[in-house]
Write a new protein. Structure first.
Length: 321
């Protein structure tokens, strides 16, 4: 039977993964890989691997001759060379929809927290001060525009929740023409128009060559003055240095960030010194429900591919045709 190796993970247990593997008579092993060399060493005899952050590069793929399938914990696959995997005939799977509710909830929570000035007000209470003046002016959400960049599953869910709170909602996505409306009823505008009109800009795009530093000095200069940036997708979508500069000079009012260009966030990061910034540790995906679903479905994907069946979520289905 196939042998599957978990290269790396940050969960307390792998009970769900073991349950899926054992139900199919498959051997499951765990490792703690952080480098290419680690993966080559511990997965040398693997038919399938489950990966979280370990680098699955072309070199790694060519060095694992038995490998048939890769399954990643999560949505993004920027640590996997999918093109090289396809050339090697290796199926690559992810779990694109496990955290739709959770990440969109988190994006809205960050926006509302900053929109009501809660971090400053909380700090004031703890220090015996009334800091209401420090958060003025506050405006009703119904008087503001919420811009969603990326109208996939999570972006669409975030848009719906923002609308339910009272925001006017706009969306941008390269797959939707400006001037149209999505099936969920979100008006689509150009990227530039979204930045110019939005009081809140929430990012929901994958990290690739087109989106790396999508938020940069130029695009930050197009933001509506006093806007808030929310990022729950990938840290590399935002140029951190440019964001810090924009916050310091007041070009934008605030930022809620769950992801960073370098994770964990360095202790000397300038973001830590800014008051109107709320930071969370790449935790937007997490609830007990999403955690269980992610682990189970990640294991199911790699088991199905190793047994020659098409996984529920596969990025290169041509390798199984």
């Amino acid at each position: 039977m196939p042998r599957i190796v978990i290269t790396d993970y940050e969960f307390e247990t792998i009970d769900h993964e073991q349950s899926v593997a054992h139900a199919n008579g498959i051997e499951l092993e765990r490792a703690y890989c952080t480098t290419e060399e680690d993966v080559l060493k511990y997965a040398s005899e693997a038919d399938g691997i489950i990966v979280q952050y370990a680098p699955i590069t072309e070199r790694v793929l060519k060095g694992l001759p038995r490998l048939k399938a890769i399954s990643r914990y999560g949505v993004g696959v920027d640590n996997i060379d999918v093109e090289a995997a396809t050339q090697c005939g290796i199926a690559v799977s992810n779990v694109p929809d496990y955290g739709v509710e959770d990440v969109s909830d988190h994006a809205i929570a960050l926006a509302l927290t900053l929109g009501r000035g809660i971090p400053d007000l909380d700090r004031g209470i703890r220090s015996g001060q009334n800091l209401l003046n420090s958060v003025k002016p506050l405006r009703r959400f119904s008087s503001q525009t919420f811009g969603v960049v990326g109208l996939g599953l999570i972006g669409a869910a975030t848009a719906a929740k923002a609308k339910s709170v009272g925001y006017r909602v706009l969306g941008y996505d390269p797959l939707h023409a400006p001037g149209t409306t999505t099936k969920e009823g979100v008006p689509v505008v150009s990227f530039e128009d979204l930045l110019a009109e939005s009081d809140v800009v929430s990012l929901h795009v994958p990290l690739n060559s087109h989106t790396h530093h999508l938020i940069n000095p130029h695009s930050l200069g197009q933001f509506k003055e006093g806007a808030t940036l929310i990022n729950t997708c990938r840290g590399g979508v935002v140029d951190t240095e440019a964001l810090v500069d924009a916050l310091k000079i007041g070009r934008i009012r605030a930022a809620g960030l769950d992801v960073f260009e370098e994770e964990p966030l360095p202790r000397n990061s300038a973001l830590l010194d800014l008051d109107r910034v709320v930071l969370t540790p790449h935790s937007a995906w997490y609830t007990e429900e999403s955690n269980d679903e992610l682990k189970r479905r990640t294991a199911e994907n790699v088991v199905e591919a190793c047994l020659g069946r098409r996984p529920r979520n596969i990025l290169n289905p041509e390798v199984l045709s």
